[in-house]
Design a protein around this ligand. Structure first.
Ligand SMILES: C[S@@+](CC[C@H](N)C(=O)[O-])C[C@H]1O[C@@H](n2cnc3c(N)ncnc32)[C@H](O)[C@@H]1O
Length: 200
């Protein structure tokens, strides 16, 4: 049997060739990026992050937008799909892009001020391990904003989806990983939940 996780990564590797041109960038990914950047900027309250990480970064579009807001920040993108990372590095040579997974972030402990992950978490094979990794690489008072599809609360207990969660389940995953919940906001007409966690 094919490992579903490697199948996902292979799919994203192939998609990298057309990813930048897909219509979804305009209607979906772009608005998600703007919403999460606005949320984190509000939580930062004027502070400038020194380092910004995007896990499951694709071709690096969120980091390119982050660079406009925080021009002095060191930008790092991590993604398991080699095609995505290769293109990201070509498009944003000033940032660092690394092949890797959320479950094993290739960065030292306490080295990141702000981390993002958009529309990627439901592909992570071991989400709890991934969140522990984010908590490990965040500096004290660092922020992590995760945006992904959300199950309506009414579906809790009826639909058991292993990798898409209700807002309560998502909050519990953050807390288990050692992250305090700073906010949970529904974006994209309620279809996407942006959870901001803080490391104490
Ligand atoms: C739909 S794309 C979203 C890319 C980007 N975050 C964006 O908003 O445009 C999902 C990304 O998650 C990546 N991904 C899949 N499994 C992952 C894992 N275990 N850890 C981190 N990223 C993963 C894929 O390779 C893909 O680039």
């Amino acid at each position: 049997m094919v490992n579903p996780s490697s199948e996902d990564v292979e799919k994203f590797h192939r998609w990298s060739r057309t990813y930048e041109r897909s219509l979804g960038q305009f209607f979906f990914f772009g608005p998600v990026h703007r919403a999460v950047l606005n949320l984190v900027e509000a939580h930062l309250g004027g502070r400038m992050p020194e380092s910004v990480l995007d896990v499951g970064c694709g071709t690096g579009r969120l980091l390119r937008r982050a660079a406009v807001r925080w021009p002095t920040a060191r930008l790092v993108g991590v993604d398991p799909a080699e095609g995505m990372i290769k293109l990201a590095q070509e498009l944003t040579p000033s940032a660092t892009f690394l092949v890797g997974k959320g479950e094993a972030v290739p960065l030292p402990d306490s080295s990141v001020d702000v981390a993002f992950s958009t529309v990627s978490f439901h592909h992570w094979h071991d989400q709890a391990a991934g969140l522990r990794e984010i908590a490990r690489v965040l500096r004290p008072h660092g922020l992590f904003c995760l945006a992904d599809g959300v199950l309506p609360s009414i579906a809790a207990g009826i639909i058991a989806h292993r990798r898409i969660h209700t807002h309560r389940e998502m909050a519990a995953l953050f807390v288990d990983a050692g992250l305090d919940i700073a906010s949970q906001t529904r974006i994209m007409a309620g279809g996407v939940l942006a959870t901001v966690g803080a490391k104490s």
